[in-house]
Design a protein around this ligand. Structure first.
Ligand SMILES: [Zn+2]
Length: 245
């Protein structure tokens, strides 16, 4: 769905049209205008009430105008879709670790509240497929960033000692080779981005039962999904959309 350098423009346009028809973003024979962003891993959210002439930079879009389609593109980062069924308003958000640490989704609920009078209790949230905690290894600086922002940061990270098959097979070889404390294997840190966004939604007042999250990890399922990390950048983009009939 994305205009990456690895995909042809015509094929992408064709895919998008087929997808949009399938989700019902069509009136008569005309596809709804589609609004996407130049995504920059920010917490910038735009309230769009009519189709735009130019593409804006940012990572969140909200609207209550029927007949326009909001789209977010991802290949590991989380797409998050919010729907206020009572006031008939929708929002789409791009949440990688940078956007998540800036609270893009929590702010998104606030923006919908401010612009459309949304009560978070009326929001249904969908967290789409992204890289999950099984595969999302991050550096210490990511953990430091989350710790500076969230009291519950420690719940979001998992530590795994790097395994070393040679050491596991011949433990005696290493027992006496080094002084204690020097034989420690490096620790790898994994981030649970889904849980981080679930917490933000709940902090913003969305009820847990109204949040659904895809269990699919992009990095584990490159047969089905695009993963920027697992495919070393040579990959496509998926699109998450929302609109109002
Ligand atoms: Zn995985």
């Amino acid at each position: 769905m994305g205009f990456t350098k690895h995909d042809s423009r015509t094929a992408v346009e064709r895919n998008r049209a087929a997808f949009e028809r399938q989700v019902g973003a069509i009136t008569g024979k005309k596809l709804w205008p589609r609004i996407t962003l130049r995504q920059i891993h920010s917490d910038l959210i735009h309230c769009v009430l009519e189709p735009l002439q130019e593409q804006l930079a940012g990572d969140g879009l909200i609207t209550n105008t029927p007949g326009v389609l909001l789209g977010i593109q991802t290949a590991d980062c989380l797409p998050v879709v919010l729907v206020d069924t009572k006031h008939r308003a929708v929002g789409v958000f791009h949440a990688g670790w940078r956007g998540t640490v800036r609270r893009i989704v929590e702010k998104g609920v606030g923006e919908m509240r401010g612009c459309f009078g949304t009560n978070p209790r009326d929001i249904k949230a969908a967290i789409g497929p992204g890289i999950q905690s099984c595969c999302y290894q991050v550096g210490e600086e990511v953990r430091v960033n989350f710790e500076s922002q969230f009291a519950y940061a420690s719940d979001l990270f998992r530590e795994v000692k790097e395994s070393d098959p040679v050491r596991e097979k011949y433990p005696l070889l290493f027992l006496t080779a080094r002084a204690p404390g020097h034989s420690e294997l490096p620790t790898n840190i994994f981030l649970d981005l889904v849980e981080a966004n679930r917490r933000q939604l709940m902090d913003a007042g969305v009820s847990r039962k109204n949040i659904s999250a895809s269990p699919l990890c992009t990095s584990c399922h490159t047969d089905l999904l695009f993963s920027h990390r697992a495919e070393k950048g040579v990959t496509g983009r998926m699109m998450a959309v929302a609109g109002i009939r």
